[in-house]
Design a protein around this ligand. Sequence first.
Ligand SMILES: NC(=O)c1ccc[n+]([C@@H]2O[C@H](COP(=O)([O-])OP(=O)(O)OC[C@H]3O[C@@H](n4cnc5c(N)ncnc54)[C@H](O)[C@@H]3O)[C@@H](O)[C@H]2O)c1
Length: 248
Amino acid sequence: MNLLENRLAVITGAASGIGEASANLFAENGAKVLAFDLDDSIIEKFKDNNSITGFKLDIASSSAPEIISNTIQEVLGGLDILMNNAGVVSGSPIEEMQDEEWDKVFAVNVEATIKITRCSLPYLKKSKFGRIINIGSIMSSLGDAGLSAYAASKHAVAGLTKSIAAEVGPAGITANYIQPGAIMTGMTREAFKVNEYKDFWTNRSAVKRLGQPIDIAKGALFLASDLGEFVSGHGLVVDGGALVAGSW
Ligand SMILES: NC(=O)c1ccc[n+]([C@@H]2O[C@H](COP(=O)([O-])OP(=O)(O)OC[C@H]3O[C@@H](n4cnc5c(N)ncnc54)[C@H](O)[C@@H]3O)[C@@H](O)[C@H]2O)c1
């Protein structure tokens, strides 16, 4: 399939997990991808891939929006698809949580998403095709003990995306967010080594398995391609049925 032929895409947090799988799937479908990550491995990972350029960057740094804008111009020369994927999780009960922890979760999951969207919009408007895909979570609709900062940040991603969709629709741009369920990635690998936790999430899903990064990448491909043309302001749940099959 070549669902993204000649499309130009930026993906953040692409050295691992969902971002890496999405960069590879987008490239296999004909897109040229600019992939950002904090981790050094982003350079080595894609160095032999002609369709993906890796760039090391802390997306929460104050200089990130300007660097991203300049790099889009230099490497891609335009932009059709922005996937705000990089994210961090924290797991502290509210009484124990340090201010720095809350600030970091919001700086990466929310503020960087807003700022990168803002600096990408001039390119997306010129494209007359633009797609914004933000990565939320099933925690964009739920809460859980110990996850207040993370769940609040992912609720913010939902509200942000819906409002952006209303603003940018007239320019021919769609904005959606994906709500992954439990996916085996760098973020969750340690936690899923605990059998009880792994079994809990496996059994919560209707299809009785954990998700893999490619499951979310396929949802992103749908939203990024012509197939998702009339979908905007939507939170696409990709969780193997956990939200509806589990008793929450
Ligand atoms: N894994 C899950 O079960 C799950 C569920 C719901 C939502 N999500 C969301 O999916 C997204 C991708 O996470 P993942 O599960 O693939 O985890 P991951 O840890 O495998 O990948 C996240 C990537 O983001 C990068 N990153 C973190 N902070 C950054 C920063 N400041 N600047 C640049 N890069 C940064 C990391 O280095 C990492 O490569 C996140 O937004 C996460 O909240 C994951």
